[in-house]
Design a protein around this ligand. Structure first.
Ligand code: DTR
Length: 346
């Protein structure tokens, strides 16, 4: 062995031991922290920039902050864990701990809360979201008994975004437009040909020419870049779409009480936050679409809007019948939702 290295050997050993010790500490510490943090998966179906995913990230961040890092939320936007149609069953079965569902995509499953898919005249996502949460909190309907409901929110009112200008109801006749749930029914009553599919499948349907346009809120102009192809926006302010954020019941039951309290404390606040975010984002999307793509916004004459409202009234009667058949006190629920709308829809 080269004598020059002899004195260095003990120091080298010590350095090596120190490095090993440091590495062990470095590996152990995050490991220990990770072992303590409870990680929950949260699945969502539409792409990350859309409002259901924006609210998901906000909720995850609030949970991290309010539990001081005790709970970590792993988010899966864009159907990477569960898609629109298997979200409900997937969360019940535990494929994801938490999931975001659009109630309109599961017809018949929510006899009471589908009242929010009816044409009740909500003019903002904020009012509809707050009313949705308050109705749920007051009635705790049986239809959600298999999950824990973490929050609820609604889309903004729906409008027609189309390749062609729609300036009268008569023009809707036979026009293929994408919608879902109550919104599809509304289109059918107004004479259009609804093509039902989840939001996440719509860009492809449009690309393939299966539809001429969509009935949804104006956030789609920017978030799906529909303003590029759908230049004509007809303001109809039709139905909103109700959403629910649900949690697997076993996972919920296993949570420590302080974490449960954080989740419960966020429910109403998150509903309102999401509504406010979306209402602002709809305005921003419209401005962006006007500037960037020169879209045209068409206002229907008052007489046309009144005619649509009168025709759509049958939806409410049909909902009442379906709800009552499932044991829902439909008249009382409707009266409550209308009172909540008046309270919030200023
Ligand atoms: N139009 C409804 C609800 C909705 C509004 N914006 C988004 C964005 C992403 C998913 C759904 C929605 C719908 O088509 O489901």
């Amino acid at each position: 062995m080269n004598a020059r290295f002899l004195p260095a050997a003990p120091a080298g050993k010590a350095a090596l031991a120190l490095a090993a010790a440091l590495l062990a500490v470095a590996c152990l510490l995050p490991g220990a922290a990770r072992a303590q943090a409870l990680t929950l998966s949260y699945a969502n179906f539409p792409p990350a920039p859309t409002f259901p995913c924006v609210q998901m990230e906000r909720w995850a961040q609030e949970v991290r902050a309010r539990t001081q890092g005790k709970v970590e939320i792993q988010t899966y936007p864009g159907s990477t864990l569960l898609g629109a149609k298997n979200m409900w069953s997937g969360v019940i079965q535990g494929q994801a701990d938490i999931g975001c569902i659009s109630m309109a995509y599961q017809p018949g499953v929510f006899p009471m809360m589908s009242v929010f898919e009816q044409p009740l005249g909500f003019s903002s996502a904020t009012a509809a979201s707050m009313a949705l949460w308050e109705l749920y909190a007051a009635r705790r309907p049986e239809e959600f008994a298999r999950v824990k409901v973490l929050t609820l929110f609604a889309s903004a009112p729906s409008n027609i975004m189309c390749k062609e200008p729609v300036t009268s109801l008569a023009q809707l006749k036979g026009m293929e437009l994408r919608a879902s749930g109550g919104a599809s029914l509304a289109l059918e009553i107004l004479g259009a040909t609804p093509v039902s599919m989840p939001a996440s499948e719509t860009p492809e349907a449009l690309q393939k020419g299966l539809i001429k346009g969509v009935l949804s809120s104006f956030d789609w102009l920017k978030d799906f870049n529909f303003a590029e192809h759908l230049k004509y926006q007809t303001v109809t302010n039709l139905v909103v779409y109700p959403f629910a954020v649900i949690m697997n019941l076993d996972k919920w039951n296993a949570l420590p009480d302080d974490v449960k309290a954080v989740f419960d404390g966020l429910s109403a606040e998150q509903a309102e936050w999401t509504g406010r975010y979306l209402d602002a984002h709809v305005r921003e999307s419209l401005d962006w679409a006007r500037e960037k793509h020169g879209i045209e916004v068409i206002e229907l004459p008052r007489a046309e809007l009144d005619k649509a409202e009168a025709e759509l009234a049958v939806m409410i009667d049909a909902w009442k019948e379906r709800a009552e058949a499932k044991g829902v006190p439909a008249d009382a629920v409707l009266a409550e939702v209308r009172a909540l709308r008046q309270k919030h829809d200023k």
